[in-house]
Design a protein around this ligand. Structure first.
Ligand code: ADP
Ligand code: ADP
Length: 228
């Protein structure tokens, strides 16, 4: 589903990612873990196409997304939905409007947008909060809205970038359960980027441990957790 090969990112003489290989199948949850400074955010920005790698490829459904023209890039970005730390919602927009935003930018019709927003809010258990503003929601509820927005354009891959950082254990558990449900019900491929090993232990099918820009350990979660 998503296949990263030989991914390298340098800023001037500083190499931040150094030959990352990572392959995640459909309906799998992969976790990328590592300490601060390991290169996790940089990897996330490469995966959601906010940054262009220095070399290497990122293929989704067999299509390399790293060498696209500006116009094709726009289209390709739809393939990757992102959930950010603390959800990053617009404060002056309701939950429903936040979820609708990517659809509006993509030019979906009003009827289609309304239908999809309703479906997605339902799926994340937030239909009853459609017209609430972010400040009226708990951290966990905001993150549910963030996930719905991440799924707005029906991406092949959902990237969760420190999506549970800052949540209390119960809310974290609920968000992880939701991601697992999305994997099972929609066949969604999920890449979780986190510094929290517990997150990995509970939901990931595969885990890659990042350190100093390299993957130092990769495999089935039971094996990697046992060794670390
Ligand atoms: P993590 O998310 O795992 O904490 P980052 O991807 O933020 O790691 O950073 C990894 C390393 O890359 C750090 O040493 C950081 O200083 C460096 N780095 C990140 N972005 C840049 C940049 N734009 N220019 C130079 N160095 C950077
Ligand atoms: P804006 O001020 O952002 O233009 P709108 O009220 O037009 O806000 O809403 C933006 C989008 O959000 C609309 O396209 C609409 O389909 C969707 N939306 C707003 N409220 C709801 C809701 N309660 N249920 C489903 N969709 C909604």
């Amino acid at each position: 589903m998503i296949e990263i090969a030989g991914l390298t990112k340098s800023y001037g003489a500083t190499t931040v990612l150094d030959g990352i290989d990572l392959s995640v199948g459909q309906a799998q949850i992969a976790a990328v873990v590592g300490p601060s400074g390991a290169g996790k955010s940089t990897l996330a920005r490469c995966i959601n196409l906010l940054e262009r790698p220095t070399s290497g490829t990122i293929a989704v459904d067999g299509q390399d997304l790293t060498r696209l023209s500006r116009r094709d890039l726009r289209q390709a970005r739809r393939q990757i939905g992102t959930v950010f730390q603390s959800a990053n919602l617009l404060r002056r927009r309701t939950a429903a409007q936040n979820v609708a935003l990517p659809m509006r930018h993509a030019g979906l019709s009003e009827a289609e947008t309304r239908r999809r927003v309703g479906d997605l809010l339902e799926r994340v258990g937030m239909r009853h909060r459609a017209n609430h503003y972010p400040s009226q929601l708990s951290g966990g509820q905001r993150q549910r809205i963030g996930i719905a927005r991440g799924l707005a354009l029906d991406p092949a891959v959902l990237l969760a970038d420190e999506a549970t950082s800052g949540l209390d254990p119960d809310s974290t558990r609920a968000i992880l359960d939701l991601l697992t449900e999305l994997r099972d019900d929609l066949g969604l491929t999920v890449v979780v980027i986190t510094h929290e090993m517990d997150v990995v232990r509970s939901i990931a099918d595969v885990v890659a441990q990042l350190d100093h820009g390299r993957i130092v350990e990769q495999g089935a979660v039971a094996d990697v957790v046992r060794r670390s």
